[in-house]
Design a protein around this ligand. Structure first.
Ligand SMILES: C[S@@+](CC[C@H](N)C(=O)[O-])C[C@H]1O[C@@H](n2cnc3c(N)ncnc32)[C@H](O)[C@@H]1O
Length: 274
């Protein structure tokens, strides 16, 4: 099998399994590195490596794809949306939850494609600071998922360079971080405990959730996907949103035009109406 054949095979595999379209340049780099791994395992080609050693080859491929996709994020990204969460979502939800039956209980928040965790931590800070009672007292469930295990390990550690906090209001900075050095800070343990980080490929047909969410953020993730994949992911996200719940997308993400069941509330903010 020629290098070009293997590149075509890999491009198709990555697109089908992760929704990501690799450019010529990137597919060349991924194919070259996967060939080295294949030879090390005694295989003559990348497809042979996948058929003989599926688990190991998939792990290598995910790590490679992760290293070329952008895990870039920062706290309080999309300030307008953060203000919406603070001024509209948090007070509305608190009003609603008071009237909820305890079994209907928890507020469920999902940051899908959370990268290194700045997004779910920002939401956790806004809610915790707003309710002033502590997230666990009000049974807030926060989930952060990503394709990248490396990014999730960083999210779990909660250690950041101070420049990632540049947009975060001072009160939140002072309340939720401890200083490790002049250039590094760590999220306080209490907040780390409040978020569950898990790997999840948004391309999967089935998402492993029993319950729906009140708030889903999927920002700056779908920029990697083609139109068909976007539609599929958007349908899945909407399916896991409670009626009245909100979906937040990034400014550069493709936005639903007249997507059934979602009404536009503010730029990048959609509410499930049916
Ligand atoms: C630019 S980061 C966005 C981080 C954060 N949501 C934000 O807006 O700051 C994009 C993330 O999407 C993740 N991603 C890309 N394709 C994915 C897929 N198929 N399933 C899950 N996550 C994916 C990448 O690993 C990366 O961490």
């Amino acid at each position: 099998m020629t290098q070009k054949d293997q590149e075509t095979w890999l491009r198709h595999f990555v697109h089908t399994n992760f929704g990501i379209l690799l450019s010529e340049e990137k597919v060349f780099s991924v194919a070259s590195q996967m060939q080295v791994e294949a030879f090390k395992s005694g295989c003559n080609s990348v497809p042979e490596y996948f058929s003989k050693n599926h688990e190991e080859s998939s792990t290598h491929l995910i790590d490679l794809v992760n290293s070329i996709t952008v895990n870039f994020s920062y706290f309080y990204r999309g300030e307008e949306q953060m203000l919406f969460l603070r001024e509209v979502f948090a007070p509305d939800w608190l009003k609603a939850v008071r009237g909820r039956h305890p079994r209907e209980g928890d507020l469920r928040v999902w940051s899908a494609g959370c990268a290194t965790g700045e997004e779910p931590y920002s939401v956790a800070m806004i809610l915790d600071n707003f309710i002033g009672l502590g997230l666990t007292d009000l049974r807030v469930k926060l989930l952060g998922t990503d394709l990248s295990r490396m990014a999730l390990a960083e999210a779990q550690a909660g250690i950041y360079r101070t420049e990632a906090l540049k947009d975060l209001p001072l009160t939140l900075r002072e309340r939720y971080f401890q200083s490790l050095s002049e250039v590094k800070v760590q999220v306080v343990e209490r907040l780390k405990q409040a978020i569950l980080f898990r790997t999840l490929n948004l391309m999967n047909d089935i998402y492993p959730f029993k319950n729906q969410f009140d708030l889903i953020l999927c920002r700056n993730v779908m920029i990697y996907f083609d139109e068909k994949t976007n539609m599929k992911v958007l349908n899945n996200l909407t399916r896991f949103l409670n009626k009245g719940g909100y979906l937040l997308l990034g400014q550069s993400d493709p936005h639903p035009k007249a997507h059934a069941g979602l009404e536009s509330v503010e730029p990048g903010i959609y509410r499930k109406v049916a």
